[in-house]
Design a protein around this ligand. Structure first.
Ligand code: ADP
Ligand code: MG
Length: 369
């Protein structure tokens, strides 16, 4: 066998559903999988060859993963940067993009430097900056999203302010001076979109069809693909993704959440990994985002991301599971993540609904839940 077909081992930092779906794709391609995650029986450990059960900051465990893997990837962006550095060249994604996307302020700064539009924002890194923001807000109260700079996801760590009373409540009950926040103007967007781009070490990039995302309680509820926007918006969103992949010297996957306001696209946030809004690609594209991610980090030729059917991806949260039945899911594509406990708001799985038209996808969706 030529050396390029020798069995290789991919190490994954993080054992959630994204790691699990990476592992499925990688195994189909002949790779072995080792996952590092602190949780016993986590979604990825259930399908991996080996599980190193340890905290992400455990240097000895990271070294063990390093020594046992040919290539390493991460499935979530809150891996400590110091741990990521241990992997050197074995982590093609590097630690730079990780560092940027762990912090909303660094992320916004990087986006502005690369010339991308975001919502108007003010940094709240200390009490002086909180004062500056407060005075500006009180002069003309408008809707603002306050987000912790680090660690937020699915709307966690966010506060919406509209009135002076909201601000007072934030200052008295929630504000922690040792934490940095970003105060972001609330945008009255027409649609939320996302673009997912993969790029390999040779600099070859590929963008998935643009998804339209509908959130409920700030958690992704559905992705509709292709997004119901004019062709030039699809083009614009793809161009942003390609330009960003080049600008950030991406190796691996980058998901870009966008707000469409009139003709204008503003970047909401970035994720340096496969993304919930890209799950449609598992059934609706010739190559899934997980396969493409594995191809990208292994510097293999990228796959064809052509979409073969309209698709609505429906997320399944803990509270949805009681209402669901195999009968109702019927012919549609159910993906479950192997989580035992169905807590409210916890992502348990998703369904890809494929029909001849998006209208038919939506009516099928209504019948499922
Ligand atoms: P998370 O990391 O929790 O996904 P986001 O910044 O993406 O954080 O916020 C979650 C959701 O909240 C967004 O998808 C959007 O629906 C809403 N949101 C966040 N920021 C804004 C904003 N500036 N204007 C309007 N809606 C926003
Ligand atoms: Mg988001």
């Amino acid at each position: 066998m030529p050396p390029s077909f020798a069995i290789q081992t991919i190490g994954i930092l993080g054992g959630g559903q994204l790691g699990r779906m990476m592992a499925f794709a990688a195994r189909a391609m002949g790779f072995r999988i080792i996952v590092l995650d602190p949780e016993e029986n986590c979604p990825c450990a259930q399908v991996a060859d080996r599980h190193i059960r340890a905290d992400y900051s455990d240097q000895a465990a990271c070294r063990e993963l390093f020594l046992s893997s040919d290539v390493v990837t991460y499935e979530f962006e809150n891996v400590p940067v110091a741990s990521a550095r241990i992997f050197g060249d074995k982590l093609p994604q590097g630690s730079n993009l990780l560092e940027i996307t762990q912090d909303r302020l660094l992320e916004k700064e990087a986006l502005c430097n690369l010339g991308f539009l975001t919502a108007d924002f003010l940094p709240l890194r200390n009490s002086e900056e909180l004062e500056i923001f407060s005075q500006q807000f009180l002069r003309q109260p408008t809707k603002v999203f306050l987000k912790t700079a680090r660690g937020g996801y699915d709307g966690k760590g966010q506060f919406v302010l509209q009135t002076a009373a909201d601000l007072q409540q934030f200052r008295e009950k929630h504000y922690k001076p040792e934490i940095a926040y970003v105060a972001e103007q609330a945008l009255d967007f027409d649609r939320e979109l996302s673009a997912i781009v993969c790029r390999n070490a040779q600099g070859k990039s590929s963008v998935f069809p643009i998804a339209e995302n509908i959130h409920r309680n700030q958690i992704l509820h559905q992705s509709i693909v292709p997004a119901r926007v004019p062709e030039q918006i699809h083009q614009k969103a793809s161009d942003i993704a390609l330009k960003m992949a080049e600008g950030l010297k991406l190796q691996g996957t980058l998901a870009i959440e966008l707000f469409l306001c009139g003709e204008e696209l503003r970047v909401n946030e970035l994720a340096p990994r496969p993304h919930n809004s890209g799950h449609f690609s598992l059934d609706a594209c010739l190559t899934s985002q997980f396969e493409q991610h594995i191809r990208a980090i292994c510097n293999l030729p990228l796959g064809d991301v052509r979409q073969v059917s309209p698709c609505v991806m429906l997320n399944l949260l803990g509270e949805d599971m009681d209402k669901l039945s195999r009968e109702k899911v019927g012919k549609h594509k159910l993906h479950l993540y192997g989580k035992k406990e169905a807590r409210t708001g916890r992502k348990m799985g998703h369904i890809n609904i494929l029909e001849n038209s998006l209208e038919d996808c939506s009516s099928s969706m209504e019948k499922i839940l």
